[in-house]
Ligand binder design. Structure first.
Ligand code: AMP
Length: 121
């Protein structure tokens, strides 16, 4: 989709700080990191939500999760722990309508309940 920010990063029209690229998935650093490590993992194909991706292309959804784990290992946070977040829709505060997993870590993260809005990805 030409008007999708992450599709444009996938095809190289917009630069991204890319940390991983495979046949169906890529990962790049979030431009406004909410933690010391903040990487976005996206499918190269455009779907809006993880549920839509999993329903249509379950192997790509599984690859997304696998790559998230590999990114965590590469970033050195697999042992200390990390958080995977996928925001969905307006109430979920999804800003970019191309499914993505936030990989967050490198520091002790806030608790989910009662967490200030500005610290959420
Ligand atoms: P979400 O609110 O879950 O849709 O998250 C979208 C994320 O994309 C936010 O954390 C933004 O900081 C991030 N973002 C926006 N533009 C870019 C960009 N050009 N490169 C990398 N990350 C971006």
């Amino acid at each position: 989709m030409t008007d999708c920010l992450f599709c444009r990063i996938v095809v190289g029209e917009i630069p991204g700080d890319i940390v991983h690229r495979s046949e169906s998935v890529m990962a790049f650093r979030d431009i406004q990191p909410k933690a010391k490590v903040h990487v976005l993992v996206v499918p190269q194909v455009h779907y809006e939500t993880l549920a839509e991706l999993a329903a249509a292309e379950p192997y790509v959804a599984a690859e997304l999760l696998k790559v998230a784990g590999e990114v965590a290992a590469d970033e050195g946070i697999a042992e200390s722990g990390y958080r995977l977040v996928s925001n969905v829709g307006s109430d979920g505060r999804q800003e970019v309508g191309h499914v993505h997993l936030h990989v967050l870590g490198g520091e002790k993260l806030g608790t989910v309940a009662g967490r200030p809005v500005d610290s959420t990805p």
